[in-house]
Write a protein that binds this ligand. Structure first.
Ligand code: CUA
Length: 324
């Protein structure tokens, strides 16, 4: 029994840290939510202690039989007055924090669309006319509040980066919005939190927080077209990319591939993860993903290419790994 409790507590506490934890805030909005959690927990502990103290008093300490006056005092004091005071204080505190969760963004606007099961990400810095298109990773600068505009393609998804703030639903045909003000540079993890089909659990993304200078440099690089392939193998991969029809779904800016059906791959290898947060950005993983995406993400719309000769799969992986 004791060992079971210990394992349970260890498992619960293990979920309290890491790149996808509400209790490890890296932004103003997440700080508010983490504080809310701790204040609510403290309130719950106070109530728990009082109620258990009352039960102990009534069953073990109070003289018997309990007089009518005495019983009424206990019921009204412990059962009505005390919970009302504690719950009203918690409610007031929680409501006072709500306006901060509705603040408007400034400077950078990021337009994010939920697809099955990946994310289209478009950056629109202040004054820019054309968005910088990317996918499956969201980068934000510290020191300002960025505006996030959220859409969905076919079904409802929900956008959540626990380390940076609360979650917001993405609804087809209706744009929702939120804003985030990250404070701590680092790589965090976001996750879809509304069941959206077989691949829902595998619809994640990397969330990278950078200093404003690093972010500007990165955005400039992200806006540039893809570098031409360097090795002979990568050139063969680029040719296979077009001849196998990859360009019918994906865009690689600077080449004839310009379709917007699937994720933009222009700077694929510069992202922290592959396939929306589920695989490491490594050549071997790219190769396996292209051969059989369904093995990694149920319900994925990309077809498998395991009919290709191994050398073509190697060449495709070499080409894509060179898109930095
Ligand atoms: Cu998208 Cu769940």
């Amino acid at each position: 029994m004791k060992r079971g409790c210990l394992i349970g507590v260890t498992l619960c506490l293990a979920g309290c840290g890491g790149p996808q934890s509400v209790l490890d805030p890296a932004g103003r909005d997440a700080e508010v939510l983490a504080n809310l959690f701790w204040v609510m927990l403290a309130g719950a502990v106070v109530l728990w202690l009082l109620i258990n103290g009352l039960i102990h008093y009534v069953t073990r300490i109070a003289p018997r039989p309990l007089g009518k006056r005495h019983a009424e005092t206990l019921i009204i004091g412990g059962g009505v007055v005390f919970p009302t005071v504690v719950l009203a204080a918690l409610l007031t505190y929680a409501l006072s924090e709500m306006p901060s969760q509705r603040a408007l963004g400034e400077g950078l606007t990021v337009h994010i669309t939920g697809h099955q099961f990946w994310w289209r990400v478009e950056y629109l810095p202040d004054g820019a006319e054309e968005p910088v298109v990317s996918a499956n990773e969201i980068r934000l600068p510290t020191g300002s509040r960025s505006e996030l505009q959220l859409d969905a393609d076919r079904v409802i998804h929900s956008f959540w980066i626990p380390a940076l703030g609360g979650k917001t639903d993405m609804i087809p045909g209706r744009r929702t919005r939120m804003s985030l003000e990250p404070t701590l540079p680092g790589t965090y993890r976001g996750q879809c939190t509304e069941f959206c089909g077989d691949g829902h659990a595998f619809m994640a993304f990397g969330a990278v927080v950078m200093t404003p200078e690093d972010f500007s440099a990165w955005l400039e690089a992200e806006a540039a077209p893809a570098m031409p392939p360097e090795s002979a193998e990568a050139r063969r991969g680029a040719a296979a990319f077009l001849s196998e029809g990859c360009g019918g779904c994906h865009a690689v800016r600077g080449t004839v591939a310009a379709a917007q059906v699937g994720p933009d791959l222009t700077h694929l290898a510069a992202r922290s993860t592959l396939a929306a947060g589920i695989l490491p950005m490594e050549r071997a993983a790219i190769r396996e993903w292209i051969a059989a995406p369904e093995d990694f993400k149920p319900g994925v719309e990309m077809p498998g290419y395991d009919h290709l000769p191994p050398e073509d799969l190697d060449a495709l992986a070499a080409y894509l790994m060179g898109l930095r």
